[in-house]
Design a protein around this ligand. Structure first.
Ligand SMILES: Nc1ncnc2c1ncn2[C@@H]1O[C@H](COP(=O)(O)OP(=O)(O)OP(=O)(O)O)[C@@H](O)[C@H]1O
Ligand SMILES: [Mg+2]
Length: 215
């Protein structure tokens, strides 16, 4: 109810199996000055595809679906561990967050708030709300700066090399269906930059590097 766009809690059913989901119809997207209208759902699905390409599983399953208010993104609902202190989690060195920091640099996440971290009861952490990712302009805005400027783990370098290769194949083709050519090109360029520097990005002085409000 406190969401800025139409964000609905729904159920999906197939063959007698029901799951809770978040559904964000394209029609419910609030216009933004810095992103083209009607593209946020496609960015959410794109973020899921990149998460799958990393193998890190940092985003709950997300697809485009025709729902009661037209096409939109549909994402599996995660029953989070409510006892987790998100402020403490966001500052921690949890390995899932370290991976998420690399993922956010790839997708150019402009909105990694504390409330967008979902702590699973089993200790894993996933992230949500990727509607303002993939701008062709650098906009990385996140709470996860604890690794800024540090060398990337070897595993991250391997994963980034794999993602770079996948961007030339079916992953790139799938993103072209959802994003502009310039945005897909910029995604490849961001991966190239990370593979060249082999370091976590640093906050830029050119734009606010921390989301507001942060939670
Ligand atoms: N898949 C999910 N599983 C569990 N909780 C979720 C999921 N997606 C979103 N939420 C919860 O719902 C809140 C609102 O969702 P989200 O941030 O994606 O929507 P929004 O329209 O961008 O809202 P806001 O403007 O508040 O950021 C999230 O902060 C999170 O607490
Ligand atoms: Mg949000």
């Amino acid at each position: 109810m406190d969401a800025s766009n139409a964000t609905l809690y729904c159920a999906v059913t197939l063959d007698g199996v029901t799951a809770a989901v978040v559904y964000k119809p394209v029609r419910g997207e609030r216009p933004l000055w810095d992103f083209p209208d009607g593209t946020l759902a496609g960015r959410e699905v794109s973020a899921y595809l990149v998460s799958q390409a990393t193998g890190w599983d940092v985003v709950p399953p997300t697809v485009m679906r025709e729902g009661p208010f037209g096409p939109g993104m549909c994402q599996l609902w995660v029953d989070v561990d409510e006892s987790v202190d998100l402020a403490a989690l966001a500052r921690s060195d949890h390995p899932d967050l370290q991976r998420m920091a690399v993922f956010d640099a790839v997708v150019n996440n402009a909105d990694r708030k504390g409330g967008h971290l979902l702590p699973w009861p089993d200790g894993r952490v996933q992230g949500v709300d990727h509607g303002i990712c993939f701008s062709h302009e650098d906009k990385l805005r996140t709470l996860l700066w604890q690794w800024r400027g540090l060398p990337l783990p070897d595993e991250a370098v391997e994963v980034l090399s794999s993602v770079r290769a996948q961007l030339e194949g079916p992953l790139g083709e799938a993103l072209h269906e959802l994003l502009t050519r310039r945005e897909v090109h910029a995604t490849k360029a961001r991966v190239d930059r990370l593979l060249t520097s082999r370091r976590f990005p640093e906050p830029s002085p050119d734009w606010p590097a921390i989301p507001w409000p942060p939670f």
